[in-house]
Design a binder for this molecule. Structure first.
Ligand SMILES: Nc1ncnc2c1ncn2[C@@H]1O[C@H](COP(=O)(O)OP(=O)(O)O)[C@@H](O)[C@H]1O
Ligand SMILES: [Mg+2]
Length: 223
């Protein structure tokens, strides 16, 4: 379980995150929404151990981030807003490359299966020839090689076609249910957020998303 207590982040004189507290259980899918600049990526970076909070604490399965960073990293998968792949290499070559860097050993059959489970049936295709949706799927597949229990995704479905969005959404729901993964992800697509998420957190001062979700009969939580 992820437990965040009184987390704040200040950049210079600007307070981005103010005293956030929440927890996420295995199998839960959490949506994180807010206007541009609200601090969604900042929060995900902190949860991914890539940035430190100014104050407050984060724990994963009772292990504090400050003292157990190596252990914590093995349990986290992070997909940033930008695609981080080798464009000149095939899907297969990318998967094998990132497997070598990961803590987990997976054979080629298992790596291919991971791609197929995401409906990324392009094993021998060069990445630069893939559609945006396929690249996003591969980016997510790479983040899952080491079998993390917490998956953090920053706008994994932004700017891609509807079919890929739906496939990514149902894959995420499935691994949360079947493999008890905890997932926190950001999106501006409220239909998708409402369909996929067990809980929705709104961050930032602008009440737009909060009110919109309430008008759809949802109970968003303001962080
Ligand atoms: N490394 C940094 N140094 C200074 N300010 C930053 C840094 N990273 C993000 N910010 C600022 O923090 C705010 C939140 O950014 P971000 O977390 O990227 O928002 P979101 O993902 O919700 O659009 C923005 O005002 C951004 O300019
Ligand atoms: Mg962002």
């Amino acid at each position: 379980m992820l437990d965040v207590q009184a987390l704040s982040k200040v950049y210079g004189k600007k307070q981005i995150l103010k005293n956030l507290s929440f927890s996420v259980k295995p199998g839960e899918v959490i949506g994180l929404v807010g206007e541009n600049g609200a601090g969604k990526s900042t929060l995900l970076h902190i949860l991914a151990t890539l940035s430190k909070p100014t104050s407050g604490s984060v724990m994963l399965n009772d292990q504090p981030y400050q003292t157990s960073i190596k252990k914590i990293r093995k349990q986290i998968g992070f997909v940033s807003q930008d695609i981080a792949l080798w464009e000149e290499f095939t899907v297969k070559e990318n998967m094998i490359f990132f497997e070598k860097l990961s803590w987990n050993n997976k054979n080629n059959g298992e790596l291919k299966q991971l791609c197929n489970d995401m409906k990324l049936n392009k094993w021998n295709e060069t990445v630069k020839n893939l559609s945006g949706g396929m690249k996003h799927k591969l980016n997510i597949a790479v983040s899952l090689i080491h079998e993390p229990e917490l998956l953090l995704l920053d706008e994994p479905t932004a700017g891609i076609d509807l079919k890929s969005r739906k496939e990514i959404g149902s894959y995420l729901s499935n691994i949360a249910t079947v493999q008890s993964k905890s997932i926190i992800y950001t999106s501006h697509d409220m239909d998708e957020i409402m369909q996929l998420c067990d809980r929705i957190y709104c961050i930032g001062d602008d009440p737009f998303y909060f009110q919109l979700l309430q008008s759809y009969g949802k109970n968003p939580i303001s962080l």
